[in-house]
Design a protein around this ligand. Sequence first.
Ligand code: CU
Length: 170
Amino acid sequence: MTLTRRSVLRIGGGLLAGLHFGADPARAAEAIEIIMSGNEDGSRVWFEPIGLLVQPGQSVRWTNRDPGNSHTATAYHPDNGDHPLRIPAGASPWNSDYLLPESSFSVTLTVPGVYDYFCVPHEHAGMVGRIVVAGSSSPVAPRPGGIPEVAEKGFPRVAAILRNGRVDAR
Ligand SMILES: [Cu+2]
């Protein structure tokens, strides 16, 4: 059943991506890629880059390049498993659900601010990421708390993202 469900989800993601590309090919073509990765024995998993600065309206696409694991890109939001809110108020939460190797998922971010997200099966391994959508006011890091310590420590600093545009995983 799990495999069937995942296959359906994968197809669903493809359809969504297709609709998105159809709606705005220029923007979709410019989607910024975040890779879901892992080492060979699966003891380390990460998003690359782990920190990213984008402009409002930018699309971001996660692709699972880890042959040994399924991963998710899931916004910290009460709608996603009752996690604390760590995206801007008024921004839409997202959840890719499980992405099999070589599968992708994309969102378009419009509301300025800081977006923290995680991988459902690897939050406790510290697999998290942070995206800053530029805006008029200076973005503030989400209030800490309510998530595993290893996840909390995993986020790059907002200042580093603003300074460098992207922060690579250590
Ligand atoms: Cu993962």
